[in-house]
Design a protein around this ligand. Structure first.
Ligand code: URA
Length: 434
C-alpha cells in the first residue's frame, strides 16, 4: 500500500477499506508517513467526506494508536460525558461527582480551554493542589478508590489524534464532521467506557454556530459511537448564552460547588440534572430519565454529591475545604461592575464575546502555550429574559491587571442586546438523539 494511492482514492471520492485506514494511521503515528502526505489526505477527506463505516474505522484506528484502558475489573458500567465546548460550561465538575456518588465509575479524560471556550482541566487546577497529571496506573487506582478521576490526555491515549489535530489546525481541515467525530470519540472510547453522553453545543458561544451543522455532528457522534458497541446519547443544547453566570476558572468552581450543594442556578442546574439522568440511565443505575432526575435530586439533597467531590479533590492532592469555603480558591485583587447599557429586558447575549472578555482578563488562552490566571473572569447578574435598569450592574469583572480592563470592557460593550419587551423563551435542550 502506498500513501499516494490512498490520497488519490479519497481525492476521487472513493471509500477506503478498513486495512487502508489502519495503514495510514499506524504509519503516520510512527512517523513513517510525512505530514505533507497526511495533510493532502486530510484535505481530500475534508472535501469528499467519509462513509459511516470509514469514520468508524478511522475512530478505531486512532483509538488503537495508543492504550485502550480495560476497566472491566471495576464493578458497574463506566460512563462519561463529553461537551463540544462552550462559555461557562462547568457541568463536568457537577456531573462527575453526582454520577460517581450513584455508584457508577466515571473515568474522565478532559481538555484545556482554548480561545473563548473553557476547559475542565483549567477549572480543576484552580483548586489549590489539584493534580490533573496522573499516570494511567494512578488514574486507574484513583478510579477504583473513589469512583471517579479527572485527568488530562496522556501521551499514551490516542497519540494519532494529537498528531493529526496539530496538523489539521495548520491546514484548515478542522471543520470536517468525520474528522471531528473520530478525534472526539477516539479519545473518549480509549478511556474504557461503556456509555457516553454527548453535549453538542449550538449557538453564539459554541464551536458550531448553526443548528444544522451541530445536528450533523451530533448524529455522526451518536451513530459512530453506537457502531463501536457503546451506549451513546447526544443532546443538542443551547449555547446562545453563558451557562450559569460565572466565566473564569475559580469563579466557575465556586458556581459548580453551589449547584452540587443544591443551589438553583437556572440553566446550569437544569442541564447538569438532565445530563446526569442520561448517564444514570445508560449506566443502568436508573430505569427512566425521570428516575435518573430524582436520583440526582437525592444525591444533591443528601450531601452525597458534595461529599464525593471532596473525596475526588483530596484523592488528587487538592484542598477539599474549597467545597465548604470558596474563599480558599484563588481570588482576584480587584473587581469592577459593568453597567447595563439601557433599561429593558436582556434579549440576547453574544456568549463568544463574553468568553473572549474573560480570556483577555487572563481566564483563557489565545494559544495553547499561554498561561492562565485562575482567579480572574466575570460573573453575570442577568440571564436572557431578565429585566434590568440602565446603569445597574449587568456583570462584575474580576481582574489582577488593570491594563486589561479596557479591552475586556470593550468586548462586553457589544455583547448584550436590551429590548423593551421580554424575548421569546428558547429551549435549553433542542433535541436528543438516542
Ligand atoms: N474537539 C476535538 O477533540 N477534536 C476535534 O476535532 C474538534 C474538537
Amino acid at each position: 500500500m502506498r500513501p499516494e494511492e490512498l490520497i488519490r482514492k479519497k481525492r476521487d471520492a472513493g471509500a477506503l477499506t478498513r486495512e487502508e485506514i489502519f495503514f495510514l494511521i499506524e504509519h503516520y503515528t510512527r512517523d513513517a508517513i510525512p505530514d505533507y502526505q497526511m495533510a493532502a489526505w486530510l484535505m481530500a477527506v475534508f472535501w469528499r467526506g467519509m462513509t459511516p463505516a470509514e469514520t468508524a474505522d478511522l475512530t478505531e484506528a486512532m483509538m488503537r494508536s495508543g492504550q485502550v484502558l480495560d476497566l472491566s475489573e471495576l464493578p458497574g458500567a463506566k460512563v462519561d460525558k463529553h461537551s463540544t465546548g462552550g462559555v461557562g460550561d462547568k457541568t463536568s465538575l457537577v456531573i462527575a461527582p453526582v454520577v460517581a456518588a450513584a455508584g457508577l465509575p466515571v473515568p474522565m479524560i478532559s481538555g484545556r480551554g482554548l480561545g473563548h471556550t473553557g476547559g475542565t482541566l483549567d477549572k480543576l487546577e484552580a483548586i489549590p493542589g489539584f493534580n490533573v497529571r496522573l499516570t494511567l496506573p494512578e488514574f486507574r487506582r484513583a478510579l477504583a478508590e473513589v469512583g471517579c478521576a479527572l485527568i488530562g490526555q496522556t501521551a499514551e491515549i490516542a497519540p494519532a489524534d494529537r498528531k493529526l489535530y496539530a496538523l489539521r489546525d495548520v491546514t484548515a481541515t478542522v471543520e470536517s464532521i468525520p474528522l471531528i467525530t473520530a478525534s472526539i470519540l477516539s479519545k473518549k472510547l480509549a478511556e474504557g467506557i461503556d456509555a457516553l453522553v454527548l453535549d453538542v453545543k449550538v449557538g453564539s458561544g459554541a464551536f458550531m454556530k448553526d443548528r444544522e451543522s451541530a445536528t450533523r455532528l451530533a448524529r455522526s457522534l451518536q451513530e459512530i459511537g453506537t457502531r463501536m458497541g457503546k451506549r451513546v446519547v447526544a443532546l443538542l443544547t443551547n449555547m446562545d448564552q453563558v451557562l450559569g453566570r460565572a466565566v473564569g476558572n475559580a469563579l466557575e468552581v465556586e458556581e459548580a460547588v453551589a449547584v452540587l450543594k443544591g443551589e438553583e442556578r437556572e440553566d446550569l442546574r437544569a442541564l447538569c440534572r438532565q445530563l446526569c439522568a442520561w448517564m444514570l440511565v445508560l449506566g443502568g443505575a436508573a430505569q427512566t430519565l425521570e428516575e435518573g432526575g430524582q436520583r440526582y435530586d437525592e444525591l444533591v439533597r443528601s450531601g452525597a454529591a458534595a461529599e464525593k467531590f471532596r473525596q475526588i479533590i483530596a484523592r488528587q492532592g487538592g484542598d477539599p475545604r474549597v467545597v465548604d469555603d470558596p474563599r480558599r480558591l484563588p481570588q482576584a485583587r480587584e473587581r469592577r461592575d459593568f453597567p447595563a447599557p439601557a433599561s429593558g429586558y436582556l434579549a440576547r447575549m453574544d456568549a463568544e464575546r463574553i468568553g473572549r472578555a474573560a480570556m483577555v482578563l487572563g481566564a483563557g488562552r489565545a494559544r495553547v502555550e499561554d498561561a492562565i490566571d485562575p482567579a480572574v473572569g466575570l460573573v453575570l447578574h442577568k440571564k436572557v429574559g431578565e429585566r434590568m435598569e440602565q446603569g445597574e450592574p449587568l456583570a462584575t469583572l474580576y481582574f489582577n491587571h488593570a491594563e486589561r480592563l479596557a479591552d475586556a470592557s470593550a468586548r462586553l460593550e457589544g455583547a448584550f442586546r436590551v429590548e423593551p419587551s421580554p424575548p421569546k423563551p428558547t429551549p435549553l435542550v433542542f433535541e436528543t438523539l438516542t
